[in-house]
Design a protein around this ligand. Structure first.
Ligand code: ADP
Length: 163
């Protein structure tokens, strides 16, 4: 059985925290699809195409990991891809309430479609628990050092955008 997991998010931009989760997910699933999407109601710094490109560069050569974009309902996308699970990262208790709500909503929606989709939460290495895309953008905007938090291509792209 081919067990496919979807790791959805806005990834604006991808950080080492996201990559840590992909690495862990790739260790337990047969393949992982990173599904980049637009966050509901929020504006992103990077357009969708560039967020996909930057994530793609960061995982180039990683076996069984691919990066795609999607629009619409996650459960529909997961069904189309024949995925059995959604993977999300949990950094702190503050992530929990929203994630819990999302997981139950997705379970409800997938059940209505006659499929069963589980949400699997993974904890990153503790050195990434304080890391978020928005904090990285803020540090970059204030001309702080972001090299430790994001892959090199993201570092270059952020410096260009922030200028
Ligand atoms: P979204 O807009 O869907 O929350 P994000 O790009 O912010 O998209 O996050 C995508 C997923 O990655 C979420 O599950 C989030 O909790 C997780 N995540 C974000 N930053 C980190 C991190 N530093 N370590 C582990 N997981 C993270």
């Amino acid at each position: 059985m081919n067990r496919i997991a979807i790791y959805p998010g806005s990834f604006d931009p991808v950080t080492h925290g996201h990559l840590d989760i992909v690495r862990r997910a790739a260790g337990i699933f047969d393949s992982v699809i990173v599904a980049v999407t637009d966050p509901g109601g929020k504006k992103t710094l990077f357009p969708l195409r560039e967020r996909v490109e930057l994530f793609g560069k960061a995982v180039r050569g990683w076996p069984r990991v691919s990066v795609q974009s999607f629009k619409g309902l996650l459960v529909d996308y997961a069904t189309e891809k024949k995925a059995c699970a959604i993977v999300r990262g949990l950094r702190a208790v503050s992530d929990f309430e929203y994630e819990f709500q999302m997981a139950l909503m997705n379970r409800h929606l997938s059940k209505r479609r006659g499929s069963s989709l589980e949400t699997v939460y993974m904890m990153p290495d503790e050195s990434y628990t304080y890391l978020s895309s928005s904090l990285v953008k803020e540090v970059a905007r204030l001309k702080g050092d972001i090299d430790h938090f994001v892959p090199p291509a993201v570092c270059t792209a952020l410096k260009k955008y922030i200028k």
